[in-house]
Design a protein around this ligand. Structure first.
Ligand SMILES: Cc1cc2nc3c(=O)[nH]c(=O)nc-3n(C[C@H](O)[C@H](O)[C@H](O)COP(=O)(O)O)c2cc1C
Length: 178
């Protein structure tokens, strides 16, 4: 059987430069559907997303991270991954929940031959407050949620070689015992 998921995963690279092509709303909707299939702790589905497509708002979201946030400028869309950390049952695993959903997003985006990059937000600083607080204020995200990361995406504006078997750290896999 062909390993279709490996073929997709090896092509996914972090893309930080984007072209100008506008991505259809339908494509964004298909990508978001995939994120909603990600496993969540206790099946609580505590991960939510704010999909930002307006260029000026994308710039403002990026400005909430005082170092490295400007890399989102020029992206077609920025997906803000938030987790309902006020939900006691989900809060223990909020990082895992958000990270898995974001990883699904990155693969889904590659499937449409678009470029994407994880932009980290947790424990990062904004202009005056934490990046998390500044983004929540900017996007009217209610109390009880925490921002884990952004996923910036757009038409690929840089070329990166897909991973090959030679690039893989097979030594990181330990069979039966370390
Ligand atoms: C938890 C996490 C945080 C990351 N934070 C950032 C970030 O803030 N900015 C960025 O440009 N890339 C970020 N990345 C992307 C990594 O730099 C990238 O995945 C790594 O260099 C490997 O390159 P590849 O994605 O092309 O395989 C992050 C990735 C992960 C998993």
């Amino acid at each position: 059987m062909e390993n279709q998921l490996f073929e997709l995963a090896r092509k996914r690279r972090s893309i930080r430069q984007y072209g100008n092509k506008r991505i259809d709303d339908d494509v964004i909707a298909e990508i978001m559907k995939v994120a909603l299939t990600a496993p969540t702790s206790f099946g609580h589905h505590a991960v939510e997303f704010v999909v930002v497509r307006e260029a000026e708002m994308i710039r403002k979201v990026g400005a909430c991270k005082n170092f490295g946030g400007s890399q989102v400028n020029g992206a077609d869309t920025v997906i803000v991954a938030i987790v309902k950390t006020s939900d006691k049952r989900a809060s223990e695993f909020w990082i895992e929940d958000g990270a898995i959903a974001s990883a699904y997003l990155l693969l889904a985006i590659e499937q449409y031959d678009l470029g994407a990059c994880w932009v980290h937000i947790r424990n990062r600083k904004g202009k005056l407050k934490s990046s998390d607080e500044e983004i929540r204020q900017l996007l009217n995200i209610p109390d009880g949620y925490t921002v884990l990361n952004l996923v910036a995406l757009g038409e690929k504006g840089e070329k990166k070689a897909p991973y090959t078997e030679k690039d893989l750290k097979f030594g990181n896999i330990h069979m039966e015992k370390f």
